[in-house]
Write a protein of this length. Structure first.
Length: 277
């Protein structure tokens, strides 16, 4: 019984740490406080009340305590939402609530600057970001992205529009930004098939677990996405950009050496752009 309890606590701690980095620590603080109260014979609260108290603690840490500490260690959060002066936003606020939006200040500056240029050329356009890095510790990966571990990496969504009206959509056909692919067309280099034949089963795996129902309505806006790629590739501070080879060719970006192929051991990059310093 006791062993089962310990295992349960270790599992909760590990899950929170892997998904949010600081969640496990906040859980530890919550448990220690609860133990102190128990010693003082304060009755244990019902499950839902306990959960509510933990979430309050968690959000207090996430929104108030962590950002200034992370800054001391050289990472800052990307903007939580777009404003009049800032045309960048997360695809989903959960990215921020899970502490997955931290980058080095220079990367944030470059992306905000790029977003300004894009918004000037294409009114109402926002740069939509996906996973970045956790707030602390070089070498602590933001799973499942093994390389997002040093504050230098950031994933961006492609730019999309409504298929019928052509209206700008600052979002993604995938609810979390990954797994809805701009697959190779006939005659294009088909890297996903090459990787599958080599045995890399994970390469296209996300498509299998991602709802595809918006794919017909929300389509890629090649003109704006290509422009975004050009601006990123011309930026001296940005060192590498990953997309699938067929998109690099399709969008006429072959001259940009910085835009590279990432290899079969990763996952497909025809659903998002990977940017790194
Ligand atoms: Zn990435």
């Amino acid at each position: 019984m006791y062993l089962r309890h310990i295992l349960k606590e270790v599992l909760i701690f590990s899950l929170l740490t892997v998904t949010t980095q600081v969640g496990g620590l906040v859980y530890l603080i919550y448990k220690l406080t609860a133990n102190q109260l128990k010693k003082r014979r304060v009755e244990k609260p019902p499950f839902l009340v306990g959960l509510f108290i933990f979430l309050l603690q968690y959000f207090f840490f996430t929104l108030v305590i962590i950002p200034p500490i992370a800054k001391q260690f050289g990472r800052v959060p990307m903007p939580y939402f777009a404003t009049k002066d800032n045309s960048i936003k997360p695809l989903t606020i959960f990215t921020c609530l899970l502490n997955r939006q931290y980058v080095k200040p220079i990367l944030k500056e470059q992306i905000i600057h790029t977003a300004k240029v894009v918004a000037k050329e294409f009114p109402n356009t926002r740069i939509v970001y996906l996973d970045a890095n956790f707030p602390f510790w070089n070498g602590f990966p933001l799973l499942p992205h093994l390389s997002h571990k040093d504050g230098k990496k950031l994933d961006l969504a492609f730019m999309y529009k409504d298929k019928v009206t052509g209206k700008v959509i600052n979002g993604s056909p995938s609810f979390y930004g990954y797994g809805v692919f701009e697959a190779p067309q006939k005659g294009e280099l088909n890297q996903p098939t090459i990787c599958r034949k080599k045995g890399y089963w994970q390469y296209s795996f996300l498509e299998k677990i991602t709802p595809q129902w918006s794919k017909e309505k929300i389509v890629i806006d090649e003109q704006r996405t290509k422009r975004l790629m050009q601006l990123l590739a011309k930026n001296k501070r940005i060192k590498k950009i990953f997309i699938e080879p067929h998109l690099k060719t399709r969008w006429g970006l072959s001259n940009y050496k910085k835009i590279r192929y990432h290899g079969c051991h990763a996952v497909r990059h025809d659903d998002h752009i990977h940017v790194q310093l």
